[in-house]
Every structure is written in structure tokens, then in C-alpha cells.
Design a protein around this ligand. Structure first.
Ligand code: IMP
Length: 181
């Protein structure tokens, strides 16, 4: 079986290949990101749309992730991408800086759809908001610290080993293995 990972991010595909024994193919398909508070709902809607909109009947995988800042009621959460493009990472830190409670987490939901059933797998990583540090990674990595290091200070291997996406992909890989596929 080939799993079609719907993403424009080649790094995510590389990461998925580390967990899955099946072939993982990258497909670029611009699905509609529905508006919802629930990452799982967004990912499932995207997976179904991508499956219906393409010719192949191989299953698809879509992931949706976000940063949830506790003191800000989970903001930016499902809107992380939009907020990164509009407000920017530095100003998200400025908002968090005013709060006593700096706890936050990244969460990722991976949705799998094979034309009949949709399954979701989630993973999260706890941390705290800090002033930007580090040159690696992407997005909110420089302002998110986990066990003393920001994600932008970690090597790709270090980050993948603890990341929300890695944890979700590991659950997905276990589920596939149990199904015997
Ligand atoms: P996506 O769903 O993976 O495209 O991510 C949505 C938003 O969350 C984007 O603004 C990303 O920059 C941000 N994001 C997702 N995963 C990470 C991560 O591992 N580090 C930093 N930012 C992330």
C-alpha cells in the first residue's frame, strides 16, 4: 500500500517515512481548511476532500497542527498558521510574556482516509513560552521551550523524537501494524 501524504512540506513526508513501513508519497493538493476549533475535524475534512478530488484510490493522510497557549485560552490553536502570517511569532510571544502562566503545548492530529473510514491520531508536546531563541526549525519553534531547550535549538532528530507530529505518527504506525497492513 502507498500512503499519499497531502502536504506541501517535504520535511513532514521525511518524518512520516521514519515511522511508517509503507511507501509514503507526497501529493500537493490544496484542500479547504474548514473553520473549526477541532484540529481533528479540520484534518478529516481535508483528507476526504483530497481523496475525492484525486484519481487514485490509495489512502490519504492529512495533518493539522497548532500551538495552544494556556493563559490565552488556547490561542492561536487551530488558527496558528493564519496568526503566524498575520500577527507573527514575535507578537504571539509578546502576548504570552504578559501572563504569569507561560504553559503551552503543540498538538497535531493526523487523519487517515481510505475512501470508507476516517481515523485520527493525535500527539502533543508540553512546554512553555519563552523569548525567541535558536535558529533551527520553523514557525513557533523559537518561542516554545521543552525541557530547557527551544525547539529551534534542537537538531531535527532531537525535535522529531519528542514532537507532537512524531507522537501522532507513532500512534498511526502502531494502528497500521495492528491492522496487519
Ligand atoms: P500545520 O498544520 O502543520 O501546517 O501547522 C499550522 C501552524 O502551526 C503553522 O503556523 C506552523 O508554523 C505551526 N506549527 C505546526 N507545527 C509546528 C512545529 O513543530 N513547530 C513550530 N510551529 C509549528
Amino acid at each position: 500500500m502507498t500512503i499519499r501524504f497531502v502536504t506541501s512540506n517535504a520535511g513532514k513526508v521525511e518524518e512520516a517515512r521514519e515511522y511508517l513501513t509503507d511507501e509514503v508519497e507526497q501529493i500537493n493538493y490544496d484542500y479547504t481548511e474548514i473553520q473549526s476549533d477541532d484540529l481533528g475535524e479540520i484534518a478529516v475534512a481535508g483528507a476526504k476532500e483530497a481523496y475525492e478530488g484525486t484519481d487514485s484510490d490509495e489512502p490519504v493522510l492529512v495533518d493539522d497542527a497548532g500551538l495552544f497557549v494556556e493563559a490565552l485560552g488556547g490561542f492561536p490553536g487551530p488558527y496558528s498558521s493564519y496568526v503566524e502570517d498575520t500577527v507573527g511569532v514575535e507578537r504571539v510571544w509578546k502576548l504570552a510574556e504578559r501572563e504569569e502562566n507561560r504553559r503551552a503545548y503543540f498538538r497535531c492530529v493526523v487523519a487517515y482516509y481510505d475512501g470508507e473510514t476516517a481515523e485520527t491520531f493525535d500527539g502533543s508536546v508540553p512546554g512553555r513560552m519563552v523569548a525567541p531563541r535558536g535558529e533551527g526549525g520553523f514557525g513557533y519553534d523559537p518561542i516554545f521551550e521543552h525541557e530547557g531547550q527551544t525547539l529551534a535549538e534542537m537538531s531535527t532528530e532531537q525535535k522529531n523524537a519528542i514532537s507532537h507530529r512524531g507522537r501522532a505518527l507513532a500512534k498511526f504506525a502502531d494502528w497500521l501494524a495492528e491492522r496487519g497492513e
